[in-house]
Design a protein around this ligand. Sequence first.
Ligand SMILES: C[S@@+](CC[C@H](N)C(=O)[O-])C[C@H]1O[C@@H](n2cnc3c(N)ncnc32)[C@H](O)[C@@H]1O
Length: 321
Amino acid sequence: MNNLFCCPVTGSPLVKSGESYISEATKERFPILEGIPRFCPIENYSESFGFQWNIFEQTQLDIYSNSSLTEVRFYGSTGWSPDKLSGENILEVGSGAGRFTEAFLRTTKATLHSIDFSNAVEANRRNNLNYGSRLQLAQASIYQMPFADNTFDKVFCLGVLQHTPSFATSIKSLIQKAKVGGEIVVDFYPIKGWYTKIHSKYIFRPITKRMPKRLLLNLIRLNIRWMLIAFDLLCAIGCSLLTRFIPITDVRSLPPTLSRSQRREWAIMDTFDGLSPEYDSPQRVEDVKKMFTSNGCDISFAGVVNYSGGSSTVVRAIKRS
Ligand SMILES: C[S@@+](CC[C@H](N)C(=O)[O-])C[C@H]1O[C@@H](n2cnc3c(N)ncnc32)[C@H](O)[C@@H]1O
């Protein structure tokens, strides 16, 4: 086995038997479906993401959007340099369709272990099949990862934590899987002030997250044209503050290299991504720092990282004990 998988419940070794892994300790069977081991119930709260990423599987990948936004965001957020990653054990948590997986594998020679709770792992596999065994993919939850504690030199989790039921418990899980001296990097939706949740997304979400996913997607598709026109118009006349009352993603952050139809597709996807998830809990940077320091980490960076094409709110931490 050239992967680091173990039983997510007991940490004991796994034995491969046909199209399954079997836990040596508990004899529990984890199926391998479409070439991907599954360590969690197939149906779970992140179903909307599985739906989304299997429809928009290529939309945000650099190689399809003709931009380097994902690569620039990845290295800007992590502060890592691609040539120093080979030979290290690295874990990605919440990979979605694999935009960061792709940027990582394309720019390094390293192997990557990557998990997601939804069946977006299938989109990720299709997108990154050409990297062979350098990508070790599994469907699993951040709360029950199929790896022994203290395994990884580096762990990254980008665009995920606000969508988990407990931000603090999720951070604790990431720290557990890093080695002592290892680094954990997360980015997340920030609370910028009292006005953060005065936004059409948070007004509509109690309804939209309960809607059938296909219906919600069709409604967004039907309305995207006028929403884009209204958004662009408000920006053009200097009233960009009012765009928060249109239930559309902030399209100013999309790569400028996109064609008209790609911009439309990206806007539909990002709007669905905002309105459909079960959880959406933005955080204060100071609170996230505390979640790390109270679990034996030193903070090496906390704040906003600006890169060409956007910015992310990031915390980087080193596991001390
Ligand atoms: C907004 S998407 C981001 C995906 C990817 N990181 C990106 O930026 O394109 C959030 C992802 O987190 C995953 N996720 C949510 N809860 C999770 C959990 N408990 N364990 C692992 N992944 C989870 C979802 O399935 C989804 O693919």
